[in-house]
Design a protein around this ligand. Structure first.
Ligand code: ADP
Length: 190
């Protein structure tokens, strides 16, 4: 069983790559952003709560996010492995994930980061905002706030996984296929 964390700033292409990697390695793809958006669309209590944070570009509180993620893992008990996309995003989430997996005699196999420069990413998100319908992609100030959240809360996770010898990074600029190949090379060597 392999469990991969796909890591990277907003707009780095995690969701796009996850679509290919989940097929190739037979993994269950769990995107916390997608799960939140599904709940928002269906106007669940979780969705209503999450929306108040997401629309501003703030992270959803750890307690809510961790509980949701754990319940999604539990719904996929027969999975051959997970591809975590957009989770963990804080140290508290990373710790919770390690403990949760340990309780199932599992662990994170590796974290793979997609690297790209902020200015390119902001432009990508503004482009995406024209068609995605995502409020958090449509306003540069909200996008900048997401990068601030990333720098403050998520970037420290790089060291967290480096200390466990589980951190890998690939260049996130290139064609979709080129980037899939770079990621596959890392995963094949695990
Ligand atoms: P992006 O990577 O482009 O920001 P996501 O779909 O991964 O897009 O996330 C969208 C929003 O959902 C985030 O800005 C945040 O508000 C919320 N979110 C997603 N994952 C998490 C998480 N692990 N912890 C807290 N909030 C999250």
């Amino acid at each position: 069983m392999i469990n991969i964390v796909l890591f990277g700033k907003p707009g780095a292409g995690k969701g796009t790559q996850a679509e290919f990697l989940k097929e190739k390695y037979n993994l269950t793809h769990l995107s916390t952003g997608d799960i939140f958006r599904f709940n928002i669309k269906n106007e669940t209590e979780l969705g209503k709560l999450a929306k108040t944070f997401i629309d501003k570009g703030d992270l959803v509180p750890d307690e809510v996010t961790i509980k949701m993620l754990e319940s999604e893992v539990d719904k996929n008990q027969h999975s051959k492995g997970f591809l975590f996309d957009g989770f963990p995003r804080t140290l508290a989430q990373a710790n919770a994930l390690d403990e949760f997996l340990l309780s199932k005699k599992q662990s994170i196999t590796a974290t793979v980061a997609l690297e790209a420069n902020d200015e390119i990413l902001v432009q990508r998100l503004l482009e995406r905002g024209k068609t995605s319908g995502r409020i958090d992609d449509q306003d540069e100030e909200k996008i900048r706030n997401r990068y601030q959240e990333y720098n403050e809360k998520t970037a420290p996770l790089m060291n967290y996984y480096k200390n466990q010898d589980k951190f890998h990074a690939v260049n996130g600029i290139g064609t979709i296929q080129e980037i899939t190949e770079r990621l596959s090379k890392v995963i094949d060597n695990l």
